[in-house]
Write a protein that binds this ligand. Structure first.
Ligand code: NI
Length: 178
């Protein structure tokens, strides 16, 4: 399956609300997720949403493997999440640095809910229901935002906390990959 090009901030598709998936386990859905997997891995991303490769459907993938360069980044299991729904658990917010393959070379400090429950289904329509916190919760919130036409810069509280990766962060600082 090919690595697809990732739409960049400003593209109208990234501002649209994506449509729910209605057919599970179909060849089309499998092909979409295979392309998303290849694209995310080729670009070393932590996650990817279908609209980023031009498909306006409610599908996200994410995965964070243990990386010695980022010892503080928690591991997040590889997940395909279709038609996700988020429920914050409590109202505690936490600031963290984020990047996005649609906003290459930039980082911003973004408040996210610290704890949340998410549910949805996998590619076959089997239910997924998890309670997570910290970096895992952040990654899910970032990816699901893409399905509602929201990119992280709009959530930065103070735009002084937005800039080029190498300028904003001291070298070696732990950060979410793009
Ligand atoms: Ni993103």
């Amino acid at each position: 399956m090919p690595v697809r090009s990732v739409l960049r901030m400003g593209h109208p598709l990234l501002r649209q609300v994506a449509s729910p998936v209605t057919g599970f386990g179909t060849p089309e859905l499998r092909a979409l997720v295979a392309d998303m997997d290849d694209t995310m891995r080729a670009l070393d991303g932590a996650g990817l949403a279908a609209p980023q490769i031009g498909i306006s459907l409610r599908v996200v993938i994410f995965e964070v493997s243990r990386n010695p360069r980022y010892p503080d980044a928690e591991e997040v299991p590889y997940t395909v999440l279709v038609n996700p729904v988020l429920e914050p658990l409590g109202d505690e917010l936490e600031d963290g640095w984020e990047g996005c393959l649609s906003v290459p070379g930039m980082r911003g400090l973004v408040p996210r809910y610290k704890r949340l429950r998410y549910h949805g289904s996998d590619i076959e329509g089997r239910p997924i229901d998890r309670e997570v916190e910290g970096f895992h919760a952040r990654v899910v919130q970032h990816e699901v935002d893409h399905l509602d036409g929201v990119l992280y810069p709009i959530r930065i509280r103070d735009l002084r906390d937005f800039g080029f990766t190498d300028a904003v962060l001291p070298s070696g600082a732990p950060t979410a990959p793009d």
